[in-house]
Every structure is written in structure tokens, then in C-alpha cells.
Design a protein around this ligand. Structure first.
Ligand SMILES: [Zn+2]
Length: 346
């Protein structure tokens, strides 16, 4: 997969620049559709709006599906305050402390965009003293400072901003010479870029897949129901590509592919996990088996919805997940290589 790194990297940077909080993934989906069209891969869109690309293989009865999610954490306007500022409600597991001081865009129902910054209501230490440092960071104590001359709710409404508008936080993407990628929303745009990279490789290398393989671009994962509908019915195995979570007590790192044995929803398929480990060993792919006690994936969502297939979960190790995240090229490529070996495996 090494020769597809440039494509994966460009795709990842493109995706990171497109706002896509759960519920507002239209632009990201348009980008993905465009990539699939360029690659000449057929796809359909589910009633809920997920993109499902399919590449035929020798066995069409037992199919595989690989998924990654394009939606991210974000927020929505909950209230327009009397001072013209915006109170937010979070989308997904967004932690308020993780976005304090972050720039954001507000996308109105007409598609207009305004910029602002999420700050503590009592943000100035020169005005509020020690309260600025000690105040709890939560929806009620924080607001968006709009970059507009507004003094009242009426002023803000005149701009076309209303309750229910989506808010997306700046990704602050940076690529370092040492191979790290720092950004919000690497979860799971790295997974989506890897999936598109593998699709590109399948097309370019003109390989015959042993099984028909579907690629499911989930768009409601962060709110828990992404893959609960729309996985093709002939699927016997679902492999989710989502981040691994390094940290204290974890085996995952930013230089290997993480293989999840168990998360908050319980154990993943033992057979599929063993197969993924074996593929890594056979092909010298750096890997780490790990357990994520506070994690749920689209695999869990699909099983809870009643799907009858086995599931696996792999992904690049993403440090400081759901905060200002970071991973390394090595981890992305290890995940791409394992996915590549998986689609070719019997
Ligand atoms: Zn994720």
C-alpha cells in the first residue's frame, strides 16, 4: 500500500477540511461520492444517507463489509442569548473542556457560514478573577463569541442564525516533518481515507477479490446508530476501521494498527481477531491488540440492531481521542496494509 500513501494523505487532509458533525455530513458525502466516481466504483446511498460502495468478488453469496465513519463530534445552537452570543448543545461525546478557546463555524439553514470562538462565559481573568480558572466547563457556562457586531438576540437572528444551526469546530490540522498528523476529527476521517486508499489500490492493481466486498461510509457513528441499518444483507463479516486509543494502561500506539479484542459492548469475534493478528504476523505489519473500556463502534451498533454477522475493529492509534488528536503515518499505513491483506484473504 506504500505507493498509495500520497493519495491517502491528500484524501485525509481534504476530508479534515470539510466540516461534518453528525447530522451535517452532506459536503463530506459529496466528496466521497466524487472520489468513488473518479475511481469508477459503483455505489448506492441508503435511505438514511450512508454511501455503500461495492466491488464484486469471486464469491458473491458470502460478502464482506468494511466500514468507517465520516461524521465527527460537533455542536448545535441551543439558544441565542440576550447578549447575542450562542449557547450550544453538544453532538456526540464532545467534552466542553476539549473545545474551550477553539474557533468554530456556524452553518445556517440557508448554508451561510459565520465564524466564532467557543469560550467560557467568564473568559477574561482580568474581569472575573479566579472564577475563570475554576469554573466548570459545561454547556451552561460556555458560549460562542460571534465574530459579528451583535449586542442582542435580535441582532444575531438578523444574520440568519437560529436555534438548530450546526456548529463545527476548527480541525487545526498540521502535518509535521516527523510524520505526525495533528488534528481534530482524525476519528474517523483517518479511517475513511484508509478505506478510500484501499479501494483505489483494488481498482489500480486490478485484483480479483475472493469475496464481494462492500465499503460502508457511515455518517451517524458518533451518535450511536451509524451502521445500525444499511449493511448489505449478504454480509457475513463486518470489519470496522475506527481509531485505536493509546494512553495510560493501553497497548495501542501511534505507529501500529490497533486490533480491538473488546470494548464497552463486549468481545469482538474471536475468529476474526485471530485472523487479523495472523495477517499482521504473516506480512510484517506492526500491530497491537487492545481493549477499550469506554469505547463503542459501528460494529456494536450493527449487532445491537440485530445484524447476523461477525465483527472486527481495527484502526490507527489516535492519541488524545476526541480532543486535539494525533497519529502518525506509520499507524495509518499499518492499518491500510492490514485492510489490504484482509480484502485479499480467503
Ligand atoms: Zn470513531
Amino acid at each position: 500500500m506504500e505507493k498509495y500513501w500520497e493519495y491517502i494523505k491528500k484524501t485525509l487532509l481534504d476530508l479534515l477540511a470539510i466540516p461534518s458533525p453528525s447530522g451535517y455530513t452532506d459536503r463530506a458525502n459529496a466528496y466521497i461520492s466524487g472520489q468513488l466516481q473518479d475511481l469508477g466504483v459503483s455505489f448506492h446511498v441508503t435511505n438514511k444517507g450512508a454511501i455503500v460502495a461495492t466491488i464484486s468478488g469471486a464469491n458473491d453469496d458470502s460478502q464482506r463489509t468494511i466500514s468507517a465513519h465520516i461524521d465527527t463530534l460537533g455542536a448545535m445552537v441551543k439558544e441565542i442569548k440576550s447578549n447575542g452570543m450562542l449557547k450550544l448543545t453538544n453532538i456526540g461525546g464532545l467534552g466542553w473542556a476539549n473545545v474551550e478557546g477553539e474557533n468554530c463555524i456556524i452553518i445556517t439553514s440557508s448554508g451561510a457560514e459565520y465564524t466564532g470562538t467557543l469560550l467560557l462565559n467568564k473568559a477574561s481573568a482580568h474581569v472575573h478573577g479566579s472564577e475563570t480558572a475554576t469554573a466548570e466547563r459545561k454547556a451552561d457556562t460556555m458560549q460562542v463569541r460571534l465574530d459579528e457586531k451583535v449586542k442582542s438576540a435580535e441582532d444575531t437572528r438578523k444574520l440568519g442564525i437560529e436555534v438548530g444551526d450546526f456548529v463545527a469546530f476548527a480541525p487545526r490540522t498540521a502535518v509535521t516533518p516527523s510524520g505526525f498528523i495533528k488534528s481534530r476529527h482524525l476519528d474517523d476521517k483517518a479511517g475513511v481515507a484508509i478505506m478510500l486508499g484501499v479501494i483505489k489500490a483494488i481498482v489500480a492493481e486490478k485484483v480479483q477479490l475472493p469475496y464481494t466486498t462492500n465499503f460502508f461510509f457511515s455518517h451517524f457513528e458518533e451518535v450511536g446508530h451509524g451502521a445500525s441499518a444499511g449493511i448489505p444483507a449478504a454480509t457475513k463479516e463486518l470489519l470496522c476501521i475506527d481509531m485505536g486509543a493509546p494512553g495510560e494502561g493501553q497497548q495501542s500506539d501511534e505507529f501500529s494498527v490497533s486490533i480491538c479484542a473488546k470494548d464497552s459492548s463486549g468481545p469482538y469475534s474471536r475468529a476474526l481477531k485471530e485472523k487479523l493478528v495472523k495477517l499482521c504476523q504473516e506480512h510484517d505489519i506492526p500491530y497491537q491488540v487492545d481493549i477499550y473500556p469506554f469505547y463503542g463502534s459501528d460494529a456494536s451498533a450493527s449487532l445491537r440492531a440485530g445484524c447476523d454477522f461477525i465483527t472486527g475493529l481495527i484502526g490507527p492509534g489516535v492519541d488524545a481521542s476526541h480532543s486535539y488528536e494525533r497519529t502518525h503515518k506509520d499507524s495509518i499505513m499499518a492499518t491500510a496494509n492490514l485492510t489490504w491483506r484482509y480484502v485479499l484473504s480467503q
